[in-house]
Design a protein around this ligand. Structure first.
Ligand SMILES: [Zn+2]
Length: 90
């Protein structure tokens, strides 16, 4: 089975980044549709990092380093949140 570490990293980081963003911008929507748009937009900004594995991916901090660092992931998610909240499709 092929996994995309980038997707795993974004899926894990997204709820925290969105929650943090909503503290400063309470009007930001977090419905399922907006979350999926944010996920897709974030992934379009980040390089994929595929790994083949027979078992479930063991995800550690190392994975963030493999895809350019956690800061880059958070920046991509934040950009995506801004774009989606400016033009929500829900
Ligand atoms: Zn929404």
């Amino acid at each position: 089975m092929v996994h995309n570490y980038t997707e795993e990293a974004v899926r894990r980081a997204l709820p925290d980044v969105l929650q943090e963003y909503r503290l400063a911008h309470p009007d930001t929507c977090d419905c399922q549709r907006c979350r999926e748009d944010i996920l897709a937009l974030s992934l379009n900004q980040l390089p994929p990092h595929y790994v083949a594995s027979n078992e479930g991916t063991i995800f550690t901090k190392v994975s963030f380093d493999q895809i350019g660092g956690k800061a880059q992931v958070i920046a991509a998610i934040t950009n995506a949140i801004k774009t989606v909240s400016a033009h929500p499709r829900h």
